[in-house]
Design a protein around this ligand. Structure first.
Ligand code: LLP
Length: 438
């Protein structure tokens, strides 16, 4: 469920008209609903908390660490922080943003295959909950960095469970050939080796097998394997206090079968990995943010080929604003912001960027549109603005957060002067050129 619907003939986000927002802020622009973010977080966290099998020995409900990569706008993170969310981060920048948004360090997880020494040092000094270690050389570097800081690094080992899943091969992470995690046999050995190290605290294991997973079967398979590895470690006399099960549960994009429900996911987790006497962590990203955001764009014009009749709906949003269709052939529902009439036409929906990759969809049957009409790309709150760029020197689309009838520009569109100020020029281009050779 989300809070984007037609009221008085126009699409609204909560009580705010998207037409009015487009007029006030300009297009393209991202709009997020606080109520949807909060609802998605609550539904997920409450479903897990309702399972006693997923409580820690101290009675703690699972840590729900929002995957910041899905949407790291400070105000989005602050909205979730107020609900009690933690953060799954993959860079120093994300850790800094999570902290600034009010997420306490003891709820922050740091994942990723290429953490630098400086990033690990920053994470240790910030006192985060855990680092999810993805390889032997990373663990060796962590030991060294922790020793230099005279700290003990709490970590879990990310195991590659050999079960991959997801909406596209580029977002499948758990397959044996994917770059993520350590094979189980090596992970168990590393864990044992680390147990005696004065600067390393092995706390448990982690996995994350992919993103936009609709069917619970691969998750259940991976979770079952994780249970076995926890038992193997304990059989070897090692202590396992934490189990991080990643994110990945898919969302409806309205073109394919509905994903499994959060209730079924929680039930599956309780049955497959419950009652292990550990503190559980989950890292949902898309599930919380995707349907909490839209990208609003304006029709520049409709170009109809005289010979073939092919119709191009040319928008002012492009692949630099929303790259998912270009990168993953992803489907986004495209709805008219003004309630549409009954007449439809088939459009290739494109942006102005100079490559054919800048095609959002081909042959989409949609209500008839004309110059100046507004469209909303639905389900754009996750992996939308965060993956934006200024390709073709197009300013980053602004982001607006709505709460009830209020709204706020939580990332303004940079002016052209601001864009250019980021590219200082050496003085050899000055109007009065200095002699280059003394
Ligand atoms: N945890 C880890 C370690 C991850 O790598 C990811 C996503 C998540 C959690 C969150 O997964 P989610 O719940 O959002 O599925 N840019 C792509 C998605 C990349 C996902 C990468 N990892 C897209 O637009 O579809």
């Amino acid at each position: 469920m989300n809070h984007f619907d037609y009221q008085d003939g126009a699409l609204h986000c909560e009580q705010v008209s998207l037409t009015e927002l487009a007029e006030r802020v300009g297009t393209p622009l991202y709009v997020y609903s606080s109520a949807t973010l909060e609802r998605h977080y609550r539904v997920f966290a409450d479903a897990l908390a309702s399972k006693p099998e997923l409580h820690s020995p101290k009675g703690e409900a699972p840590l729900v660490a929002f995957a910041c990569k899905a949407n790291s706008n400070l105000s989005v993170l602050a909205t979730l922080a107020a609900q009690g969310a933690g953060a799954d981060t993959v860079s120093e920048g994300e850790i800094r943003k999570a902290l600034k948004a009010g997420i306490p360090p003891e709820k922050i997880v740091f994942s990723g295959v290429g953490k630098t020494d400086a990033e690990m040092a920053f994470a240790l000094q910030a006192g985060i909950y855990q680092l999810n270690v993805e390889s032997r050389p990373e663990l060796e570097r962590l030991a060294r960095v922790a020793a230099e800081l005279n700290r003990v690094a709490p970590f879990v080992i990310r195991i590659n469970p050999g079960v991959g899943a997801g909406g596209h091969e580029k977002i499948t992470t758990g397959g044996a050939k994917d770059k993520f995690g350590i094979s189980a046999a090596e992970a168990l050995k590393l864990y044992a080796d680390a147990a005696g190290h004065p600067n390393l605290a092995p706390m448990g294991i982690a996995c994350h097998i992919g993103s936009q997973i609709l069917d619970l079967t691969p998750l259940q398979e991976a979770f079952g394997r994780m249970r076995g590895w926890v038992e193997d470690l304990r059989a070897g006399g090692l202590s396992v206090e934490r189990l991080d099960l990643g994110g990945g549960l898919g969302v409806p994009y309205f073109n394919q079968k509905e994903p499994a429900t959060v209730a079924d996911y929680a039930e599956m987790a309780a049955l497959s990995v419950g009652n292990l006497g550990v503190r559980y962590t989950f890292e949902p990203g898309r599930l919380i943010a995707a349907n909490a955001g839209v990208l609003i764009s304006k029709v520049v014009h409709v170009h109809e080929r005289a010979d073939s009749g092919q119709k191009f709906l040319v928008l002012d949003a492009a692949m630099n604003d929303l790259i998912r269709p270009a990168l993953y052939d992803a489907f986004h529902d495209i709805r008219p912001v003004a309630r549409p009439g009954n007449e439809t036409a088939s459009y290739d929906v494109v942006g102005p960027v100079c490559e054919t990759g800048d095609t959002f969809t081909r042959g989409r049957e949609m209500p008839v549109m004309q110059t100046g009409d507004l469209v909303a790309f639905m389900s754009a709150g996750a992996y939308g603005a965060v993956m934006g760029s200024e390709y073709n020197s197009r300013p980053l689309a602004p982001e607006v957060l709505v709460r009830d009838g209020d709204w706020y520009i939580v990332r303004p569109r940079p002016s052209y002067d601001e864009m250019m100020a980021r590219e200082p020029m050496p003085d050899w281009f000055a109007a009065e050129p200095k002699a280059r050779i003394a």
